[in-house]
Design a protein around this ligand. Structure first.
Ligand SMILES: CC(C)(COP(=O)(O)OP(=O)(O)OC[C@H]1O[C@@H](n2cnc3c(N)ncnc32)[C@H](O)[C@@H]1OP(=O)(O)O)[C@@H](O)C(=O)NCCC(=O)NCCS
Length: 158
């Protein structure tokens, strides 16, 4: 099995990252969110230009296996994980860990004191395992659907 590697986001990645986001939501979160909720959530990547702008304006890292993108994560400012998605067939192989380790190091190196994430119910055990502590239960309206989320934070080592 090829170990995952990381590289910075390039503008040409936007379509494949949109496809990863959609597949990840559709297949990995089906136990926690209804079909309508997943469709609404996936719609955040519908407008490719807007999605590309969002990726470019964050510190976005792309995880690859055998050179092909299999996941991505975006740090907004120094204290917020904005996006973290892994392609279903690559899940459970350490890709999310690699991405999150890198975001935590980069955030700390840039002076971030703690990281916050509005996590899906699906990803919550992943973040808890990494030492993130639940702070509050929230809902977010996306394309007329209410999505349940949990805000978690983790203090970063200086
Ligand atoms: C959550 C997610 C990013 C994890 O990525 P991943 O590459 O599968 O994670 P890893 O392989 O690095 O797993 C690290 C650990 O977390 C655990 N873990 C990962 N996803 C988990 C889940 N859904 N439930 C329970 N544990 C999970 C793994 O078992 C592993 O534990 P181990 O170290 O004891 O083996 C991925 O499942 C995903 O994209 N989910 C759907 C999209 C989503 O909800 N994104 C978050 C938006 S806030």
């Amino acid at each position: 099995m090829t170990p995952p590697a990381l590289r910075p986001y390039l503008p040409a990645d936007a379509p494949v990252l949109a496809a990863i986001l959609c597949a990840s939501i559709d297949e990995l979160t089906a136990e926690d969110y209804t079909e309508d909720q997943r469709a609404a959530w996936m719609s955040i990547a519908d407008d490719e230009a807007e999605f590309a702008k969002r990726l470019a304006s964050r510190l976005t890292l792309v995880a690859t296996m055998g050179g092909a993108p299999v996941g991505f994560a975006a740090l907004e400012g120094t204290e917020l994980i904005d996006l973290l998605y892994v392609f279903p067939s690559a899940a459970g192989q350490g890709v999310g860990t690699l991405l999150c380790d890198a975001l935590e190091k980069l955030a700390a190196a840039r002076g971030g004191k703690k990281l916050t994430v509005d996590s899906s119910d699906t990803a919550e055990p992943f973040f808890k395992k990494r030492g993130y502590i639940p702070q509050s239960r929230n809902t977010r309206v996306v394309a007329d659907q209410w999505l349940g989320l949990t805000t978690l934070t983790k203090e970063l080592a200086p």
